[in-house]
Structures are given as structure tokens and as C-alpha cells.
Design a protein around this ligand. Structure first.
Ligand SMILES: Nc1ncnc2c1ncn2[C@@H]1O[C@H](COP(=O)(O)OP(=O)(O)OP(=O)(O)O)[C@@H](O)[C@H]1O
Ligand SMILES: [Mg+2]
Length: 240
């Protein structure tokens, strides 16, 4: 069994009295797509924010490529190869597409490769190349989501953490988004994917974790969970 690229052990996170994560242990194997699914408020975004160093855990440990991330600053964590596309995209609306992308290459690990990274992301997202001098705020929702992912790719990450990339997108764009995630994974980027669209997420994932009120209640290969009656009943009612 190959070693885990990302390894989370007994992670506890509290917001005041609210225990958002109650002893999470999970891992992500290098080169895979791993989905993190669960109802609203389960703690999915909290887990990603804790991995990327935006939130400090009350206890537990996180290791990436064998190194501890505990107490490291978010900038250091990006520099180690972890890139996070947060819920709601967080673009600089008044900066152009190009300026947003350039900021993504700011970490020292990627700064020397700015031009090469730009070529790569413009190749992956031709629509952004067409809009290079347009303000990010003027892009459509789908284009903004593409830009958020492209910006995260500019740091040349080993692992890309995506928080609900399909939120608010039309069905056709959602399918494009999932195709894109597979393409990125084909280019050797490990993916940790948080999604409300559980059906599609499990379909493209090698492995998945189900989170419920701060705990992992199920885990397994994507297709196994997809055909699990309990998962279908609890999370995919709308699909019949
Ligand atoms: N800054 C905060 N202060 C207080 N409580 C918070 C804060 N952020 C999250 N919480 C609480 O922690 C729990 C987990 O929230 P989190 O955002 O991680 O859930 P989620 O699984 O990402 O949900 P969603 O699917 O709605 O995005 C929720 O009960 C939420 O209300
Ligand atoms: Mg969330």
C-alpha cells in the first residue's frame, strides 16, 4: 500500500462551544481523487480550512508528505504544495483575470515558473485566455469558478482541495467541471473534493468519506458508496 500523501489523525476543532470536528481521521493517497461528502454543517469546509492552516485545531495532527502541518501558517502550507479553492471562490473582482492568476503564482515554490504555469492554465481553460484583461467580477459564475481553480493551479500544487466547485453552476457546466477535475487528476494532481453533488462526486472519486456532525460515518471506494443503500437513502433521495 502506497503511503498517504495527506494524513489526518484524531482532529478536533471547536468554534466556541460548537464541536465542528469530533475526532476526524482520514487520509488521501497520492494521485487519487478523494471525495468528502455530507449534509450542510457536517464540518467539510472546517476540515479543509484546518488542513490549509486557516483554522487551528484543538487537538489532533495533520501530516503532508511525511511532514507535520501543525502550527504552520497558511502561506507556508501553500508553499509545501497544498492549494485550497474555498467555498464562494474569493476572487479579486476588480483585478483582471491575468492579475488574479499572477497572484496565484506568488508562493516562492511557483514564482519562478509563472510563465509556464500561465501557459498551462490557459491551455486547460481557453476561456480564461480569451478574457485575460477582463475584470474577474465581470465573468459568469462558471468562468469565475474556473478562474478560482486556475488561480489555485498557479501555485503548482501537489494536492488541490476544492470546496463545492459545482455550487451555483448549470447542469452542463457542472459536468464540464467534473471532467476538468478528472483532467487535473490525470495531470498528476491529487484532489480532495468537497461536494453537495454526491452522485457525481462519488462517481469520479477513487475513495470517499462521509461526514456527519463532525465525524466520519462511512468510507470506501467511490463506486461502493454509490451503490450503498444507506448512502442512497440518506444523501441521494432526490435522484430516486
Ligand atoms: N466561524 C464559525 N463560527 C462558529 N461556528 C462555525 C463557524 N464556521 C462553521 N461553524 C459551524 O461549524 C459546523 C461545521 O461547519 P462547516 O462550514 O464546516 O460545514 P460544511 O459541512 O462545510 O457545511 P456546508 O455544506 O453548509 O458548506 C456548523 O455547525 C457551523 O455552523
Ligand atoms: Mg461548507
Amino acid at each position: 500500500m502506497e503511503k498517504q500523501l495527506l494524513d489526518v489523525q484524531d482532529l478536533e476543532v471547536q468554534y466556541g462551544d460548537i464541536r465542528a470536528l469530533r475526532g476526524i481521521s482520514m487520509g488521501v493517497q497520492k494521485g487519487t481523487i478523494v471525495a468528502l461528502v455530507g449534509a450542510n454543517g457536517a464540518g467539510k469546509s472546517t476540515l479543509l480550512k484546518t488542513i490549509s492552516g486557516i483554522i487551528s485545531p484543538n487537538s489532533g495532527r495533520i501530516r503532508f508528505a511525511g511532514k507535520s502541518l501543525n502550527k504552520l501558517r497558511p502561506e507556508t502550507i501553500v508553499n509545501m504544495g497544498i492549494s485550497h479553492v474555498p467555498e464562494g471562490r474569493r476572487l479579486f473582482a476588480d483585478l483582471t483575470v491575468l492579475e488574479n492568476l499572477e497572484l496565484g503564482a506568488y508562493p516562492s515554490r511557483s514564482r519562478p515558473f509563472l510563465n509556464r504555469s500561465l501557459e498551462e492554465v490557459y491551455d486547460l481553460f481557453p476561456v480564461l485566455k480569451d478574457r485575460t484583461n477582463q475584470n474577474a467580477g465581470s465573468l459568469s459564475g462558471g468562468e469565475q469558478q474556473m478562474l478560482a481553480i486556475a488561480r489555485a493551479m498557479m501555485s503548482q500544487p501537489d494536492i488541490l482541495m476544492l470546496d463545492e466547485p459545482s455550487l451555483g453552476l448549470s447542469p452542463i457546466v457542472v459536468h464540464k467541471m467534473f471532467e476538468l477535475i478528472k483532467t487535473l487528476n490525470g495531470r498528476k494532481v491529487t484532489i480532495l473534493l468537497v461536494e453537495q453533488n454526491i452522485h457525481l462526486a462519488l462517481k469520479i472519486s477513487h475513495y470517499a468519506f462521509v461526514l456527519k456532525t463532525g465525524k466520519i460515518t462511512m468510507e470506501g471506494r467511490g463506486e461502493e458508496l454509490l451503490s450503498d443503500p444507506e448512502v442512497q437513502k440518506a444523501y441521494m433521495g432526490a435522484l430516486g
